[in-house]
Design a protein around this ligand. Structure first.
Ligand code: NAP
Ligand code: MG
Length: 482
């Protein structure tokens, strides 16, 4: 391990000043260390915020063309680095390498998409009640924004935040997950190479409890975009509530897929399996509850069970259907929930164990429980692993009631041939993303993204036009002729 400089502050790559060491292990082969470096201290996080504060004004005054050009350049460089970045992502996080490649490709797409906002998004002219007063609105950068991200989409999630923050003229302090620091470092190196001025993007890698706390509570920070667990997101939102700065928190999910009797059962089974087990269930929009009408439950459950059993599991570099869990902690959580579900009286249909021949990595078989009731923990708590809870219902109203009977409200799907029913579902379900005959996972970048209830700070969505709005102040200007 030669390169230990994971901190990028005011245009300089540095070692962390902490005397601790952060190590990242390959989740498919935990004896292999893929990164080892000293993390940042709180004081370095403070320095990073100050560097951003010093750079914010001149960056905010660049022309839209300059910011647009920089984002296009970053997109090109991300694409040039696609193979290497995807491999790093897989070694650090574990996902199948084709998924990593898709994620890196999406990051480039995100930079290009947000680049297109540089020149096209404008304020409004508003009819004035006074002929001598011209009334219009303008959007201005917030100033310094803190971006705090999880490990599960460690390239795409930072990219959609970075691209949106930069195109709108903000300076950034980026605090990635300690589980996936190397892809974060690589992404920032690419931005540096693309020509981001010193201080405009700063990277601090260290524990959430110190470095994360500093970048979110420092008073020079003018906005926060957080993605991660509900516990941490709510803590951050509460900690800064009194300051009234824009805070965006994208958090957990317990996403339902509802299957009605007139659904295409093969399609519904494919979607449930892909939604539950794709990315090892480590997507905030992963399908974790399959709510099925009793008339088609047997047929659907046997189709889902057969598909789950046919999935290949293995090291991400072999490009299986499903890779390992990200870490020892998540691995432990997955097996704990298998025990919890069994103890609560759910029936294990398939999975629940370590796959044969994969004893050393953080692997688990795709797992399906049936006979799940809404009161069980397996029906209420986010596992963030490949564990699907099947719940039977006897009608549409009950399906919606069960779907809504959780704290979360991120994504929800319904499979039905009845378009009137599907519209009723879209109206009644408590979720920020609704899919009709589609998986709970996956989103298009031009659509707003975010949830309801404990899943998101609802008014502040990400992606699309909403991203532009989040990262800017809106001012209403009244200009009266002298
Ligand atoms: P996490 O534990 O909440 O961590 C997220 C980030 O917050 C990490 O960078 C973490 O740093 C940092 N952090 C921790 N404590 C902090 C504090 N007190 N102040 C400031 N920052 C702090 O989440 P995770 O385990 O990385 O990711 C899994 C979770 O993310 C799941 O719940 C999943 O549902 C959610 N998620 C949501 C979405 C969405 O869009 N809704 C998308 C993806 C994932 P360290 O971990 O380095 O200490
Ligand atoms: Mg964590």
């Amino acid at each position: 391990m030669t390169d230990t400089q994971y901190q990028y502050i005011d245009g300089d790559w540095r070692d962390g000043d902490s005397t601790d060491e952060t190590t990242v292990h390959d989740p498919a082969a935990p004896e292999e260390v893929v990164a080892a470096f000293p993390p940042a201290t709180r004081a370095q996080a403070t320095e990073a915020v100050s560097a951003a504060a010093s750079a914010a004004e001149s960056w905010g005054e660049t022309t839209p063309d300059e910011r647009e050009a920089l984002l296009y350049e970053a997109a090109d460089r991300i694409e040039e680095d696609l193979d290497a970045l995807a491999e790093t992502l897989t070694r650090e996080e574990g996902k199948p390498v084709s998924s990593s490649r898709a994620e890196v490709g999406r990051a480039a797409e995100l930079f290009r998409f947000m680049a297109s906002y540089a020149r096209t998004t404008t304020g409004e002219t508003v009819p004035s009640s006074d002929p001598e007063t011209f009334t219009y609105t303008v959007r201005e950068p917030l100033g310094v924004v803190a971006l705090v991200t999880p490990w599960n989409f460690p390239v795409a999630t930072p990219s959609w935040k970075l691209a949106a923050a930069l195109v709108t003229g903000n300076a950034v302090v980026f605090k990635p997950s300690s589980e996936t620091p190397t892809v974060a470092k690589r992404l920032v190196e690419i931005l540096d190479d693309a020509g981001v001025p010193d201080g405009v993007v700063n990277l601090v890698v260290g524990p959430g409890s110190t470095v994360g706390d500093e970048v979110t509570t420092n008073e020079a920070v003018d906005g926060i975009s957080f993605t991660g667990s509900t516990t941490v997101g709510q803590h951050i939102a509460e900690a800064v509530a009194a300051r009234g700065i824009p805070v965006q928190t994208e958090m957990g999910g317990k996403n339902p897929q509802v299957v009605l009797p007139d659904a295409d059962i093969e399609d519904a089974a494919d979607a449930a399996v892909s939604g539950a087990f794709g990315l090892t269930g480590q997507a905030c929009t992963a399908t974790s509850r399959l709510i099925v009408h009793e008339d088609v439950a047997d047929e659907l459950v046997s189709a889902v069970g057969a598909r789950a059993e046919s999935l290949s599991v293995g090291p991400g570099m072999d490009d299986p259907d499903m890779g390992p869990a990200v870490s020892a902690d998540q691995d432990e959580t997955n097996f704990e929930y298998v025990d919890v579900a069994r103890d609560e009286g759910a029936t294990l249909l398939t999975g629940g164990g370590r796959p044969e021949g994969l004893e050393s990595g953080y692997f688990i078989e795709p797992t399906v429980f049936t006979d799940v009731d809404s009161g069980m923990r397996i029906a209420q708590e986010e596992v963030f692993g490949p564990v699907l809870a099947v719940m039977e219902v006897s009608g549409f109203e009950e399906a919606v009631r069960v779907a809504n009977d959780v704290d979360f409200g991120l994504s929800a799907s319904v499979f039905t041939a009845d378009m009137t029913r599907s519209r009723a579902f879209a109206r009644q379900v408590e979720a920020g993303v609704v899919k009709i005959n589609g998986t709970t996972t996956g989103s298009q970048i031009q659509m707003p993204f975010g949830g309801m209830k404990a899943s998101s700070s609802e008014t502040k969505k990400e992606m699309g036009q909403r991203a532009y709005e989040f990262y800017t102040h809106e001012k209403a200007v009244y200009r009266t002729d002298p």
